[in-house]
Write a protein that binds this ligand. Structure first.
Ligand code: NAD
Length: 329
């Protein structure tokens, strides 16, 4: 069975080659991302393996079907980049890695909070240049602050546990409330109440038509002045133009994002010698209270191992005609 791996980085190949035990699975690695332009590369393959920014839309799926590709193996949890209806229509199965390490992402959200708050990134640079001044490095105690968590699935729940350890009050919104989290002391509230009461807001729900641009001028108007917003989920949850206005007006005190709505042509690449043409990203980067990482929240050794094992298992199940444990339906 031949698998075309798209958006390959050196670490993807390293992990697949380390754990790929069966010789009858042939992996061919492409640096290019999968979209309707690159779909021609899939001729002669049985499966494709894709990541968060591959665009598996109707046109791409039509080409895949014409080439006889029967499986899309996502090496991530989110599947908002796949047109599931078109996949069904072409009888192409879609599998994903539903949970590889909620700790990896939740811990990165906490890293963004701590860095923005205590400004360790600025302190590091200052001290290396012999500047030992504390001016403008003042932070705030997390203890007793109110954290609003939107989406209390695997990552959101892990995040709640960590923030509880800091002594925060945790309020949350999810369509499905967790009894386990209620026992931990998490208070579920309507979404607007969470927006109103949170000192820090962390987004952990998927990107769907319902959640797209949930952070916009209307929701911002409900929030406390100086609110901290953390997004490690999907860029599309935030209306970037509105958030830039919120930063300019000082409504938003801190913004930490690991995802960005227009990230697909930027993130995961070294563009340090290129002219970046995304004016919104450049504007965001110009604020001293904004911290952007390029979709690295998942990126721990433990998560890479789990992603690799689950993806290989997903592909083996398909190859052997077994029922697909992690099928997206
Ligand atoms: P999950 O499915 O376990 O949890 C998602 C939760 O969101 C569920 O409890 C669901 O009920 C809730 N939800 C759905 N719609 C909602 C809405 N309208 N409002 C509030 N809550 C809603 O998923 P997870 O594993 O916790 O992952 C969460 C998200 O994190 C993923 O969808 C993905 O986009 C993102 N993610 C990012 C990275 C990264 O590296 N930055 C890595 C993995 C996942």
């Amino acid at each position: 069975m031949r698998v075309a791996v798209f958006s390959t980085k050196p670490y993807d190949e390293e992990y697949f080659e380390r754990y790929r035990s069966q010789k009858d699975l042939e992996f061919i690695y492409f640096e290019a991302s999968l979209n309707h332009h690159t779909a021609n590369l899939t001729k002669g393959f049985d499966a494709v393996c894709v990541f968060v920014n591959d665009k598996v839309d109707g046109r791409t799926l039509k080409s895949l079907a014409n080439h006889g590709v029967g499986l899309i193996a996502l090496r991530c949890a989110g599947f908002n980049n796949v047109d599931l209806e078109a996949a069904r229509a072409h009888n192409i199965k879609v599998v994903r890695v539903p949970a590889y390490s909620p700790e990896a992402v939740a811990e990165h959200a906490v890293a963004l909070i701590l860095t923005l708050n205590r400004k360790t990134h600025k302190a590091y640079n200052r001290v290396r240049e012999g500047n030992f001044s504390l001016n403008r490095l003042i932070g705030f105690n997390l203890y007793k602050k109110t954290v609003g968590v939107i989406g209390t699935g695997k990552i959101g729940a892990t995040f709640c546990h960590i923030m509880k350890g800091f002594g925060c009050r945790i309020i949350a919104f999810d369509k499905y409330e967790s009894d386990e989290l209620k026992q931990l002391g998490v208070e579920y509230k309507p979404l607007d109440e969470v927006f109103k009461e949170a000192d820090m807001l962390s987004l952990h729900c998927p990107l769907t038509p319902d959640t797209r641009h949930m952070i916009n001028k209307d929701s911002l108007s409900l929030m406390k002045d100086g609110v901290m917003i953390i997004n490690t989920s999907r860029g599309g949850l935030i209306d970037t133009a509105d958030i830039i206005k919120g930063l300019s007006s000082r409504k938003i005190g801190y913004l930490g994002i690991d995802v960005y709505e227009q990230e697909e042509n930027l993130f995961f690449q070294d563009l340090s010698e290129s002219i970046i043409e995304d004016d919104m990203l450049l504007r965001l980067n110009s604020f001293p209270n904004v911290l952007i990482t390029s979709h690295q929240a998942f990126f721990t050794k433990e998560a890479m191992e789990e992603i690799t094992h689950t993806t290989l298992n997903n592909i083996h199940e398909f190859k052997e005609g077994r029922s697909l444990t992690n099928e997206v339906v």
